[in-house]
Design a binder for this molecule. Sequence first.
Ligand code: NDP
Length: 349
Amino acid sequence: MTSTNRTNRSILLASRPQGAPTADTFRIEQSPVPSPGDGELLLELRYLSLDPYMRGRMNDAPSYTPPFELGAPLTGGAIAQVVESRNAGFAVGDLVLGPLAWQDYALSDGTGLTKLDPAMEHPSHALGALGMPGFTAWHGLLKIGAPGAGDTVVVAAASGAVGSIVGQIAKIKGARVVGVAGGPDKCRRVVEELRFDACVDHRDPGLAEALAAACPEGIDVYFENVGGAVFEAVLPLLNIGARVPVCGLIAHYNDAGYVDTEVAQQGPDRLPGLMTTILKKRIHMEGFIISDHQAEHDDFLRDVGGWITEGRIEVLEDVVDGLENAPEAFIGLLEGRNNGKLVVRARHA
Ligand code: NDP
């Protein structure tokens, strides 16, 4: 089949969501498959990564990544196969990782693409445990959280792409690990499959009491992925000298206040209470954005790749079939419907 008689579906940002994204946030469009020019490749999508930060890019607000353009395809980490090449650096059949649009086919001049090892058993892991979320977990936990043997480490969004790796690395380092996840099924998997010591359900109204009971010696490291009620329950339990890697605040991504600081500042002023706790308990709280730490990437791959090979890290992946199902899967990610790293498997994978 030539590139001219195939269809290329693209998923575009149709409107900027106010609150949670809905089906109207997205639009699917069809166009002919483009042909590569000199120096270009035609890429066919295999796996698409869906990540919480994409919600922030749907807002028209300055952040560490620019907003998605209205009416243009969404973009994100993806794995694709080279199906036509007019670039000497790539051959037909090469599997590549890079930032790509949410579409079946894309042209590229090779910029920003990394070739994946053709012997890789699970290429989609390059979007999860061996990709950006795994790197985030490794850096945030080891460089900021620095857990010691016997420390109590609490991990928010514990069954997710980042949290599932954080907790397992903390176990390898000899810590006692308590997860926080949404619902009894996720909590069960966190304990049985990921081998955390305990897991509490943040949907349970008794969260604060349950967390206190699960952490009888307080909390030495809290890996912050969500904010909101989970952070409220954690704060009084932090020990003197506790470390808090601030990785994400997904509970707030759909809030108006997340992009508008004036709205965020309405309501009773609770900052003095927070600052007093940070001061009196000498808490080290550090925000980080993983793209700032590229120099550590080889060390991460060596560590986490080794632990997966040795069977010390279990990879939880939630695979959704079909590019057309990416919008609904993304909506579900913000509602906690995913179990592990959420990836979309394209029709050719
Ligand atoms: P996950 O795979 O963990 O999926 C998101 C999960 O967040 C959901 O499954 C849900 O799990 C949980 N969640 C959603 N809403 C709430 C809520 N209101 N309260 C508590 N939990 C909620 O996503 P990732 O592992 O990819 O990302 C985790 C965090 O890490 C995000 O905040 C993300 O933005 C951040 N991140 C930051 C990076 C950085 O460089 N700083 C890089 C990568 C990710 P449950 O059902 O358990 O509630």
